[in-house]
Design a protein around this ligand. Structure first.
Ligand SMILES: Cc1cc2nc3c(=O)[nH]c(=O)nc-3n(C[C@H](O)[C@H](O)[C@H](O)COP(=O)(O)O)c2cc1C
Length: 246
């Protein structure tokens, strides 16, 4: 199994350690890749909308391509974020903004419709629930069919300060989570995802030449999605075709 850890922080605190414990229960060390934010994609979306016309025109296209490669190859995506002001961290939010084109209304990737994901957040006291919910909302709109979550109030600002009792609990919880993850199949996306996909297919079908989303409609047509093909049914979702344009 291949795992990529997408860390919404550069430092290796409580949240990172929990993600790493889980990753090592799922995969051999050499099969684990790590992304740290903002270190590995240190930008904010400029709101230029170039990606709507042509993804290659995103000023950060080349950097994103390398990251996309890692996400494409992984069987499991683990997102970690400390809870900041009851939300995901700003670098992780920025990451989702920069991958805006993955959203179902734009240029969704087939391979996302086959992924398993886990979202992990820690807080000193409260707020992991809302932080995790925001991350899962993004993954849902990417088409990810299977998301697990883990939130814990660690009562600490550093991993070293986390009590032995909490660390033992975390180890046990990661044992359970990894067992469930290994057994689970990604499965078909939820009814909501399938419904939204159908709705967008209709919208793209009625897009006319010169419309702002005409290039996106061409992408959908090329995939066969305007003729009834579904990304969750095709194994081609795992091939090179589903990547960013090279
Ligand atoms: C900017 C900032 C905002 C925070 N907001 C919250 C919060 O809303 N709720 C909370 O319980 N803890 C909050 N904390 C504390 C961290 O979420 C908590 O210490 C977390 O476990 C740190 O994870 P880390 O060790 O991975 O950095 C905040 C910390 C920082 C630096």
């Amino acid at each position: 199994m291949k795992v990529v850890l997408i860390n919404g922080q550069n430092h290796k605190g409580s949240t990172y350690h929990i993600g790493r414990i889980l990753a090592e229960r799922l995969a051999d060390v050499e099969a684990i890749k790590e992304i740290f934010l903002p270190r590995d994609l240190n930008h904010f979306c400029l709101g230029c909308y170039s990606c709507i016309q042509d993804e290659k025109k995103c000023p950060y296209f080349e950097e994103k391509k390398g990251i996309e490669e890692m996400m494409l190859e992984a069987d499991v995506l683990i997102f970690t974020t400390p809870t900041y002001c009851m939300e995901m961290s700003a670098p992780l939010k920025s990451y989702f903004d920069l991958f805006y084109q993955y959203w179902i209304p734009h240029r969704p990737r087939e391979y996302m419709f086959h992924k398993k994901a886990v979202v992990i957040s820690t807080a000193a006291g409260a707020g992991t629930r809302s932080a995790i919910k925001s991350v899962i909302r993004n993954l849902t709109w990417w088409g990810v069919p299977f998301c697990m979550k883990y939130g814990i109030s660690v009562g600490a600002s550093k991993w070293d300060e986390v009590s032995e009792r909490n660390k033992t609990k975390i180890e046990k919880d990661m044992d359970k989570l990894s067992r469930r993850l290994k057994k689970a199949k990604a499965g078909k996306p939820s009814l909501m995802i399938r419904f939204m996909f159908g709705l967008m297919a209709k919208a793209k079908k009625s897009s006319v030449e010169g419309a702002y989303d005409a290039n996106e409609a061409a992408y959908w047509r090329e995939k066969g999605w305007l003729d009834g093909k579904k990304p969750w049914n095709c194994i081609a979702g795992m091939t090179d075709e589903s990547k960013s344009p090279s």
